[in-house]
Design a binder for this molecule. Structure first.
Ligand code: EZ4
Ligand code: CO
Length: 409
């Protein structure tokens, strides 16, 4: 089965997405997600200019060989653009192989290890009432696990807080990229955040009881000692995880955090290879791997990363914000269903225009996701609909401290 075409489709229904569509000589097509939020065109160019010409004529069945060829023949290794491009190819080839086999992809990964995939949603509020309301709405939608993000007195714009409910009044999710010509400037004050957050979790626990799994994302803003203090302060509220407490490219920093708190730690949404986790996994410094299939070299690389983590009782928490396309989400769901060390899956829900461009077979019922039973990934791209939504520049925001210093966002 030879690859005869590979097309890069950039579309912006509710936001920008980069999709690779591979076509084989027997007419099977496969889709891969290469969306890198705020840097979409770099991946599109990497694919169209440097990868597509290498794919034509290759045997579509040779997934491992193609992965190794793209990774090693580039000479320059790793990085989010390269690894997103490799992921797009890898996932499209898995889609093709599963369609050729007439099976949903999870069957090729070993079959289902569970009946459903526990998802968590993103609740947020500018004050306690708005936050409680957002949590209630997520519970009504069926979510059984909830990420809690809140405004902080003295800070104008905080990561993770949806400014207002969308017009349909149903979605409270936070969408960080903004269609602005320059990145929006936000502000930050770690001491104010550390003072405020434990009280918010105390209030949420008092209102919603001890059972509801609660998560929180620190979004890389603390020093190790600040993160240690927060983890300790949140222990009474029994978090499912504290995510990205420090900028974790310094893996050694997590030793200090780990020594001070039993709050479970999740890290890795900005990582792109297993090497980013080497110390974190080997020394058991984290509890959940947050990588996205889309940014970490696809199913082939994620499977190896999660198998490595499994030997250390570390579980999956695959990244699933709206900047992962429905194709990338479907890939995550097939993996989630198949692996033994599944932890939880982030799920924010895409908008109506995105769902029109990407027809999906996965379901969300009673808080559990399932990839469906269609052969392959179970996602179809409507290219005519995609063409109606051309690329629009959009950037993630950035942070400045009160004195004007740029801080981690
Ligand atoms: O800020 O995906 O846990 N989820 C997150 C996301 C990230 C965005 C960046 O593109 O931290 O909201
Ligand atoms: Co995060």
């Amino acid at each position: 089965m030879k690859i005869i075409a590979a097309d890069v489709v950039v579309t912006s229904p509710d936001r920008n997405f980069v999709t690779l569509k591979i076509t084989t000589d027997d007419g099977i097509t496969g889709l891969g997600d290469g969306t890198l939020n705020g840097r979409e065109l770099s991946v599109a160019s990497y694919l169209a200019d440097h990868v597509v010409p290498l794919l034509i004529g290759r045997d579509a069945h040779r997934i491992e060989d193609t992965w190794q060829f793209l990774y090693r023949s580039a000479y320059w290794r790793r990085g989010p653009v390269t690894m997103a491009a490799i992921a797009a190819v890898d996932v499209a080839l898995w889609d093709i192989k599963a369609k050729a086999a007439g099976m949903p992809l999870y069957q090729l990964l070993g079959g289902a290890s569970r009946t459903g995939i526990m998802a968590y949603g993103h609740a947020s509020g500018r004050d306690e009432q708005e936050l409680f309301d957002s949590i209630r709405r997520h519970l009504e939608q069926g979510y059984r696990s909830i990420r809690v993000q809140t405004s902080v007195p003295g800070i104008n714009a905080v990561y993770g807080v949806a400014a207002q409910p969308s017009v349909d009044g149903k979605r409270y999710d936070y969408e960080p990229a903004q269609r602005t010509p320059l990145p929006a400037e936000e502000d930050w004050d770690t001491r104010a955040y550390l003072r405020h957050l434990p009280g918010v979790f105390e209030a949420v626990r008092n209102e919603f009881g001890p059972e509801l799994p609660l998560l929180h994302d620190g979004h890389h803003r603390m020093t190790p000692i600040q993160a240690a203090r927060l983890g300790k302060a949140l222990e009474p509220y029994d978090l499912f995880w504290l995510e990205d407490c420090t900028p974790a490219e310094n893996q050694d920093a997590l030793r200090l955090v780990r020594q001070h708190t039993t709050t479970p730690l999740a890290i890795g949404e900005v990582f792109n290879t297993v090497w980013d986790y080497q110390t974190l996994i080997r020394e058991q410094l984290i509890d959940y791997v947050r990588s996205a299939v889309t940014h970490t070299g696809g199913i082939t690389a994620m499977r190896k990363l999660l198998d490595f983590a499994a030997q250390y009782q570390i579980k999956s928490g695959i990244h699933g914000p709206t900047d992962i396309s429905p194709v990338g989400m479907a890939a995550a769901l097939h993996l989630d269903l198949a692996i033994h060390n599944f932890g939880i899956q982030e799920y924010m829900q895409h908008g109506a225009a995105t769902n029109e461009v990407f027809r999906q077979s996965f379901t969300f019922e009673d808080g559990y996701l399932h990839p469906g039973e269609l052969p392959g990934l179970g996602v179809e791209l409507d290219e005519q609909a995609a063409a109606r939504f051309p690329y629009q520049p959009a950037y993630l925001p950035f942070n400045r401290l009160k004195d004007g210093t740029v801080h981690d966002w």
